[in-house]
Design a protein around this ligand. Sequence first.
Ligand code: DUC
Ligand code: ZN
Ligand code: ZN
Length: 472
Amino acid sequence: MNSRTLIRGGTVVSATGRSLADVLIDGETIAALLAPGQADAMGISDATVIDATDKYVVPGGVDVHTHMELPFGGTFASDTFETGTTAAAWGGVTTIVDFAVQRTGENVLDGLAEWHTKADGNCAVDYGFHQIIGGVDDESLKAMTYLVDNEGITSFKLFMAYPGVFYADDGQILRAMQNAGESGAIVMMHAENGIAIDVLVAQALARGETDPKYHAFTRPAEMEGEATNRAIQLAKVAGNVPLYIVHMSASEALEEVAEARHKGQNVFAETCPQYLYLSIEDQLAQPGFEGAKWVCSTPLRSKHEHHHRDLWKGLRMNELAVVSTDHCPFCMKDQKELGLGNFSAIPNGIGSVEHRMELLYQGVVTGELTLERWVETCSTTPARMFGLSGKGVIAPGADADILVWDPNGHTSIGFNKKHHMNMDHSAWEGFEVDGKVDTVLSRGTVVIQNDHYVGAKGHGKFVKRGLSGYLV
Ligand code: DUC
Ligand code: ZN
Ligand code: ZN
């Protein structure tokens, strides 16, 4: 069977530039980048041709923050690995890194085994795992080392929020960081002061403030900035251990990261589309219970406080290295509704895995980012940050994970428009963006073409990750 594919006539965009080139794929990997006309001169006639004239050819998206089937607030995130990775493919994403879960009191290796069972044989695109450490003790510290050395899991998420579920205190965080430092792993931090937040939540509920918008008012930006600073100091004391702040939403937190980076500390951060586009005023504070659709943590911020502006600037200046989604979908019916009359019982999360490439490309259109920076923050850097060698680049020998993007197309996002996530609503309803996913290849196999999903469950494979490519 012929296994060569030639993506012809497009503009190949990398993190560092763009050029007219054809991409020759042999089997699962990229064989060569060819100058226009070179394929004919070489007599390559046996390849299946994908016409990319007037289109961009970019590395498939890498979303390093998803939660398929996450148990949360008495329910489970509504995308399975099958539905969530299929939606990812629809959005030009060819690799996700999801979070295996150890909750307080559970065993780390059991949590990882459970995640393998959920994902194995079900994924449309490739996937890896980070490990949530929800209970730092001697056993879980030992497990962390084991996972790095043997299981291709080289990053660990800790929580300064959610006491009793995932929360780690400062002493536990320090111990986990010291451990990560010894094995070369990265610590990912949910940086919010959960103890103080729980006091504010109880006080709000006692005052009868139960609507979804109080979710944001009880998780002030200062509590994100403070926790970010504390995490940075702990990482420094642990020996300049690499620290990656997840789902950053607040200018206060960005300032802390920028300062630490300027002082030479190994601190990195990501933000998510919701923190670049959505706000308390326009979404979370919608009348009635509607705002529940946008309850996520960290929360949406006020559009009057410059967070959006600062985060876009942070992305340009590399103070924010990565855009992920924190994809954590819940339906309104039976799930978000658990918090009717009590915002603190609304499961936290927004579904976006399908739309990150589209939404961030809109930042290119509006002049917030260059095309190259779009590729860098959504694909190349997340792959490099989390040791996904062979992903995030279009180069000979790399996996043929490729998105052909049509800049002249248009995407209408919404529940009855473009929407393939397993949710009964879209948090992005009504978003109209320029550009369109044209064709998606996962390791050389076409998975999206002509507005159809042509992939297969089980095509996606678990990827054992190496240590971060940012650190020596
Ligand atoms: N934030 C969310 O919004 N959902 C899941 C976990 C998290 O940290
Ligand atoms: Zn988190
Ligand atoms: Zn998350």
